[in-house]
Every structure is written in structure tokens, then in C-alpha cells.
Design a protein around this ligand. Structure first.
Ligand SMILES: NC(=O)c1ccc[n+]([C@@H]2O[C@H](COP(=O)([O-])OP(=O)(O)OC[C@H]3O[C@@H](n4cnc5c(N)ncnc54)[C@H](OP(=O)(O)O)[C@@H]3O)[C@@H](O)[C@H]2O)c1
Length: 245
């Protein structure tokens, strides 16, 4: 299935920021969405926004660290729409801090959300994609997967893992599936600095307000990868503000 119209697209981390904007963008182009995240009220807002514009969306409370939640997301796409064409693994947390702060719960959350969460999505969608002989994984990493800047080492390590897993998946995917890595730079979302060391959070928020690009820039990049004809794989996109060093 080429283009975007009619495709069934599941997006994790769709209750705010890049995921929310991407869901709305793709719905406007005729995709049918399954949107997942933990905050039900925010997901309801996203679904209401899409349906108010005559789009199609289903919201689902999903914690990507739980294998069964991703399975439920894939099952919902199959039950409601009969297929799953694209899984956008976007859920993420940017609770960065220096090692000396020993914020080990935040380290664990980054590993669980970015690495286990991505694997849970692959585990749920891959069998469906194989059966359909078509499907597209879009995995959201970060420019931190390319350049490590302190105090983002744990975040950067987990996003580097996303990059590595995506390339391995691409190599194993064969001629029927597509696999895309999208790595945004500074993007203007509520996630910047959220849960981070307060001093770091203030610096990140300041930098965001000075140089960040809108989340629509990332939504366009994802949309570009999705709308390619069958047999064309956009393997990697890095999209960053011009002002980002
Ligand atoms: N903003 C940037 O500058 C930037 C740059 C590079 C990469 N990124 C990446 O882009 C992605 C989206 O981030 P954003 O900037 O749009 O921030 P955001 O607005 O905070 O979005 C993060 C999303 O992930 C969801 N999420 C977090 N943990 C989750 C979990 N365990 N299960 C399910 N959903 C979860 C959040 O929803 P709930 O809290 O409702 O679950 C939220 O919808 C992340 O992977 C981030 O690392 C962002």
C-alpha cells in the first residue's frame, strides 16, 4: 500500500509533542491512527482533535515498558481496522542528569522506555507485518545517537541503541518491510527538561526557547518516509534546527 491515505498507523508517545503532532499530521493525510501513551486525558484530547477534523483515531493507554501493552496496541489495530501498516516507536523520556546525581530510576526509565519499549513494539508488530507481507517500522532516536553531550550519556546511549537496533532490523527485514530511523534535534515540546536535574532542565528549556524547531518538522520527516512507494525505504533521517551545533 503506497502513500498515506488509508494506512493504519500506530504511534507510541502520542499524548504530546512529536507523537501528538505526527498523529494529527498523518490523520489529516487520511491515515487511520491508533495512538498510545500513559496519560489518558491527553490521549482523549488528541483523539477528539483528530475526529473533530473528520479523521479516524483510537486512543489506548499504553506503557511501552509493558510487553502486553504493545501487544494490545497491535491487536487493537487489527480488530478495529483489520491491518497494521506502520508502527511509529516514539515514546521517550529526556530525564537527563550528571552521573554523580545517581538518579538510577531515571536511567532505568530511559533504558526501559527506549530499548525495551522499542523491542516490545517490534515483538508485537513483526509477526503481523510478516503475515501481511508489508509493514513499516519508524523508530524515533535523536541527534544524541550521533553526538554525546554531557550530561546526556544515558539518554545518548539508549538512543544509540535505538539506532543500532533499527539498522539490524532493517538488514533482517527483507524485501517486504520498511524500516526508518528518524533522529530529531532540539524540538519544541514539553518533554525538554521534563524530569531532568532542575539546573539542567532550566538550561535545556532556555535553549529550547532560543533554537528549537517545531514538532511539525519531525512530523513532516516521518510523513515523508511513510508516503514513499512500496519498495522504497527511507532508512535514516536526521532533522535538526539550523542553529543547533
Ligand atoms: N524534543 C526534542 O528535542 C527531542 C529531540 C530528539 C529526540 N526526541 C525524542 O522524541 C520522542 C518524543 O519526545 P517529545 O519531545 O515529543 O517529548 P514529550 O512531549 O514529552 O513526548 C514523549 C511522549 O512519550 C510518552 N511516554 C513516555 N514514557 C512512556 C511510556 N513508558 N509508555 C508510553 N508512552 C510513554 C509520553 O506520554 P505519557 O507521559 O502520557 O506516557 C509522551 O506522549 C522521544 O523519544 C524523545 O526522546 C525529542
Amino acid at each position: 500500500m503506497s502513500g498515506i491515505s488509508g494506512k493504519v498507523i500506530a504511534i507510541t508517545g502520542a499524548s504530546s509533542g512529536i507523537g501528538e503532532t505526527t498523529a494529527i499530521h498523518l490523520a489529516r493525510k487520511g491515515a487511520r491512527l491508533v495512538v498510545g501513551a500513559r496519560r489518558e486525558d491527553r490521549l482523549t484530547d488528541v483523539v477528539n482533535h483528530i475526529t473533530a477534523e473528520s479523521g479516524t483515531a483510537t486512543g489506548l493507554v499504553v506503557d511501552v515498558t509493558r510487553r502486553e501493552d504493545l501487544q494490545r496496541m497491535a491487536d487493537t489495530a487489527m480488530d478495529r481496522y483489520g491491518r497494521l501498516d506502520v508502527l511509529v516507536s516514539n515514546a521517550g523520556t529526556m530525564a537527563v542528569s550528571p552521573f554523580d546525581d545517581l538518579r538510577q530510576d531515571d536511567w532505568d526509565a530511559m533504558v526501559a522506555t527506549h530499548i525495551t519499549g522499542l523491542l516490545n513494539g517490534i515483538g508485537a508488530a513483526l509477526p503481523i507485518f510478516r503475515r501481511q507481507r508489508s509493514g513499516h517500522f519508524v523508530n524515533v532516536a535523536s541527534t544524541a545517537a550521533y553526538v554525546v553531550k554531557t550530561p546526556q550519556a544515558v539518554y545518548a546511549a539508549t538512543k544509540t541503541a535505538v539506532k543500532v537496533l533499527t539498522e539490524g532490523l532493517r538488514q533482517e527485514s527483507g524485501p517486504d518491510l520498511r524500516v526508518t530511523l528518524v533522529s530529531p534535534g532540539f524540538t519544541n515540546t514539553e518533554g525538554i527538561g521534563k524530569g531532568a536535574d532542575p539546573e539542567i532542565a532550566a538550561a535545556m528549556t532556555r535553549q529550547r526557547d532560543e533554537i528549537a524547531m517545531p514538532p511539525s518538522a519531525v512530523a513532516s520527516a516521518i510523513s515523508y518516509a511513510v508516503e514513499q512507494p512500496d519498495g522504497v525505504d527511507i532508512s535514516e533521517i536526521v532533522v535538526r534546527p539550523t542553529a543547533q551545533a
